[in-house]
Design a protein around this ligand. Structure first.
Ligand SMILES: NC(=O)c1ccc[n+]([C@@H]2O[C@H](COP(=O)([O-])OP(=O)(O)OC[C@H]3O[C@@H](n4cnc5c(N)ncnc54)[C@H](O)[C@@H]3O)[C@@H](O)[C@H]2O)c1
Length: 336
């Protein structure tokens, strides 16, 4: 039997670097397409797909998707601060690029479209947000994900099945490391700077999920019968992984006791504060278990930081902080 063919957009990103290897291990032929915003920022060498294109998803045509069974669409301006840098670009890539790719995929006869959405769509909530909770976008990034979901829904029919993976905040080790995500940032600070300074009182809630577990959820959904997830939003994570920022900092403090912890009195500088219910994903995928809890993910990353000698210069530089690299990429050379 021929291998199933998956196209992964954003395969040279933090999550994509896990997804390529996992899809190949699961027996897929993988085509990766990525603009390469973070080329040169590799921490270790990411796995190669079978075919690799350095292209903008907005330039793909139906012919490019000929023979593809499933699209895993990760390419994006990938967090709230980056989204605020240029809201027009955020909309153009995160909504416009998603809908363009979905349209060309549908025209090419691709049946499944797995979209990397985000729990950021919930913004600030009092109760654990289910997929039916009111959406409350507090940034251009969150708005772009909501708009992409609703326009994707209009394309759903008996031949084309989109799914919206509303991922919790990712953390952990990846060949395309990011330290601009809360748990990774706090651990990186402990290792590189010898202290952990939380810029708030640490009270906001944030659900976490390891980047490799997000990739595993993509594979599980790609492998599942289409009816199970057709035109549906799914929160990706686990109920046991809702933390206050303070809890995350304290876990980091326990792992790196030499690094003193401090908090400020400010309630928050980032208005997002949400706990999320992952009951729907657990019900639809009862055999799926996260491979990483917070401690295991932090311990693995700490080991990797120590092996590679992660430094203050690494912490302060652009290589592992998407916003800093993107800013430099979007600034014309003549302006620098
Ligand atoms: N990391 C998280 O905590 C998190 C949480 C929820 C959702 N998500 C979503 O998951 C996806 C992947 O996140 P990540 O952390 O791996 O991000 P990342 O920034 O590490 O990777 C995104 C990749 O997309 C590529 N890209 C951007 N615009 C492109 C375009 N127009 N054409 C082709 N490639 C393009 C970039 O070059 C980059 O390699 C994103 O859609 C993000 O919004 C991430």
């Amino acid at each position: 039997m021929p291998k199933r063919h998956a196209l992964v957009s954003g395969h040279r990103g933090f999550i994509g670097a896990h997804l390529v290897g996992q899809l190949r291990d699961a027996g897929y032929r993988v085509t990766g397409v990525d603009l390469g915003y973070f080329d040169g920022c590799e921490w270790t060498t990411p796995p190669s797909p079978d075919t690799e294109w350095r292209r903008d998803v907005r330039a793909l045509t139906p012919a490019d998707l000929d023979g593809v069974d499933v699209v895993c669409h990760l390419a994006a301006i990938s967090n709230d601060p980056m989204g605020d840098l240029d809201p027009g670009l955020t909309d153009a890539v995160n909504r416009g690029g998603t809908i363009h790719l979905a349209r060309v995929a549908k025209a090419a006869g691709v049946k499944r479209f797995l979209f990397a959405s985000s729990c950021s769509v919930y913004g600030k909530v009092d109760d654990d947000a289910t997929e039916d909770a009111p959406l409350n976008p507090l940034s251009a990034y969150a708005r772009s994900k909501i708009d992409a979901e609703s326009q994707l829904l209009e394309l759903a029919d008996s031949s084309f099945s989109p799914v919206f993976l509303r991922n919790a905040t990712a953390f952990g080790h990846s060949p395309m490391l990011r330290i601009d995500l809360v748990a990774n940032n706090l651990l990186a600070s402990a290792v590189a700077c010898g202290s952990v300074r939380v810029l708030t009182d640490g009270s906001p809630w944030r659900p976490l999920v390891h980047c490799a577990d997000i990739a595993r959820a993509f594979v599980a959904i790609a492998d599942a019968p289409r009816e199970r997830t057709h035109a549906m939003a799914l929160n990706i994570g686990a109920d046991t992984m809702n933390f206050r920022v303070r809890d995350i900092a304290e876990r980091v403090g326990a792992l790196v006791p030499a690094a003193p912890l401090s908090f400020s009195d400010t309630a928050t500088i980032d208005p997002r504060d949400y706990r999320v219910s992952f009951a729907r994903f657990a019900r639809l995928f009862p055999d799926f278990r996260l491979a990483y809890d917070l401690d295991r993910g932090l311990e693995e990353l700490l080991g990797a930081f120590r092996r590679t000698g992660f430094t203050q210069a690494d912490f302060d530089g652009p290589r592992f902080v998407r916003l800093r690299t993107l800013k430099a990429r979007l600034t014309p050379a003549s302006a620098s």
